[in-house]
Design a binder for this molecule. Structure first.
Ligand code: PAF
Length: 285
């Protein structure tokens, strides 16, 4: 007998009530959640596949969250290919898509502040002031709506993972967080929804980010952190069309500059490649 796998029909909800009613009527054992801003690529689909292995039902949210953008132009040009995204979610047998409008998520003049300590101002926080307030604001809302047992995030946004982890700990939210490794193109570029903005020239020069990170990993010596950081930053600054924002070899727990006492070390980079801002990182130990 041929072994037919019945495809799952993707349920699409755009309001909080719809998703709450659905789970009230049909309680499930383990809700896995993959929050996204859409323009889904292999990295997101990998998160959904992992979520499927660890959950009874998987919810993916697509919501381009205005409060985490400090540049209105960046928000405006953020890609929103919803028809393609739905097709991709169907292909990986995702169970539920939550795709709300801004008015469903936010009341006018809503206030939010979460004390995340230094994490708010270091690295990404320095170059994107207020970004992590917006991220925690929306993820808090999404967790309260979806009520996931496990939520899956990509390692590419390493600092974001740490910030959300801190929120979950401080607010004692009953959700387990899973960080999944970065998905890369065959030539090393970290997958990102923003990559579609790269011109062929940018695309070629963007490779310097992953090259510099790998160079640091391969040549890592705990006593040469400053030199390695400085040289990797220089490699990137020398690349045509690339403007370095930061290259930091950091303690994986605090994101302060790494020291020989650091248990985990991560190298993180952000740069503008043409008009596109890219981030990437590599775990060193
Ligand atoms: O990583 C993202 O795509 C977003 O920051 C998130 C977590 C979905 C919040 O808007």
């Amino acid at each position: 007998m041929p072994n037919f796998v019945t495809p799952i029909t993707l349920k699409i909800f755009s309001t909080k009530n719809e998703i709450t009613d659905y789970f009230n009527r049909k309680p499930v054992k383990v809700i896995g959640f993959v929050p996204t801003m859409g323009a889904l690529h292999k990295g997101h689909l990998g998160l959904i596949e992992l979520a499927k292995q660890q959950s009874t039902q998987v919810v993916c949210s697509i919501f381009v969250n205005p409060t985490q953008f400090n540049d209105p132009k960046d928000l405006e040009k953020y890609p929103r290919p919803i028809t393609d995204d739905i097709r991709r979610l169907e292909e990986v047998n995702c169970d539920i898509l939550f795709n709300p409008q801004v008015t469903e998520m936010y009341a006018d003049n809503e206030k939010w502040h979460f004390d995340m300590g230094d994490l708010e101002y270091l690295l990404e926080g320095k170059f994107r002031p207020g970004h992590y307030q917006g991220v925690t604001q929306v993820v808090n809302k999404l967790f309260n709506i979806v009520k996931p047992d496990i939520a899956f995030f990509g390692q590419k946004d390493y600092q974001q993972f740490m910030v959300i982890n801190k929120m979950v700990e401080v607010l004692k939210m009953p959700v387990k967080l899973v960080m999944c490794p970065i998905e890369r193109e065959p030539d090393g570029l970290a997958m990102s929804s923003r990559n579609i903005h790269l011109t062929p020239y940018d695309r070629e020069h963007s490779l310097i980010l992953s090259k510099a990170l790998n160079w640091v990993k391969e040549n890592f010596d705990i006593n040469k952190i400053d030199t390695l950081q400085q040289q990797a930053g220089q490699m990137i600054s020398n690349e045509p069309g690339v403007e370095l924002e930061y290259f930091e070899i950091a303690d994986g727990k605090t994101l302060h500059h790494a020291t020989p006492a650091s248990e985990t070390i991560v190298a993180l980079v952000a740069a503008r490649v043409g008009k596109t801002r890219l981030i990437d990182n590599v775990l060193i130990s």
